[in-house]
Design a protein around this ligand. Structure first.
Ligand code: FES
Length: 156
């Protein structure tokens, strides 16, 4: 949480980017923003803000219009392109599979791990800020934020 009276410079020194007024972002429900060349989606759902890379890691689908569903107790955005399910909180990709060793095999939800980069949303005095993820590891959605990925998306 920001302290009252933080100046803009102090905020940006902490990596916080001003995204807009809270009530406007609530009203919009989905907001597209570009921070340092990174295209992100801010989602307001059931009283909570989330932020993630806006292009699906699988093939660059635009997540803005994806439906949100609870799957296995986790809220997920469903990519409109091929229906991959990405958790809002962590960017994990969930899929339904069966274990062939199980007799009879029962379909269950499994996680492919974190595939979509998620970012931190902070609120201060009715204003919303995003801090980009500083996870140094490659996360697959990074591809569509790079030059090559952006060209590929434009062609699709
Ligand atoms: Fe999102 Fe394929 S691009 S599921």
């Amino acid at each position: 949480q920001l302290d009252r009276g933080d100046t803009e410079n102090e905020q940006s020194a902490r990596g916080l980017h001003f995204m807009g007024q809270k009530d406007e972002l609530i009203e919009a429900k989905r907001s597209f923003r570009t921070i340092d060349d990174r295209d992100i989606l801010i989602i307001y759902h059931q009283g909570v803000f989330y932020a993630m890379d806006s292009y699906c890691y699988h093939a660059g689908g635009t997540l803005n219009n994806g439906d949100i569903e609870e799957i296995n107790g986790k809220l997920c955005i469903i990519c409109p392109k091929h229906k991959y399910k990405l958790t809002l909180a962590k960017g994990e990709c969930l899929y339904k599979g069966t274990n062939p060793k199980e007799k009879p095999p029962v379909p269950r939800w499994y996680s492919k791990g974190v595939k979509q980069r998620t970012h931190t949303v902070k609120e201060n005095n009715g204003e919303i800020y995003v801090k980009l993820s500083d996870n140094p590891n490659w996360i697959e959605s990074d591809y569509y934020q790079g030059e090559k990925g952006k060209i590929e998306r434009a062609k699709a």
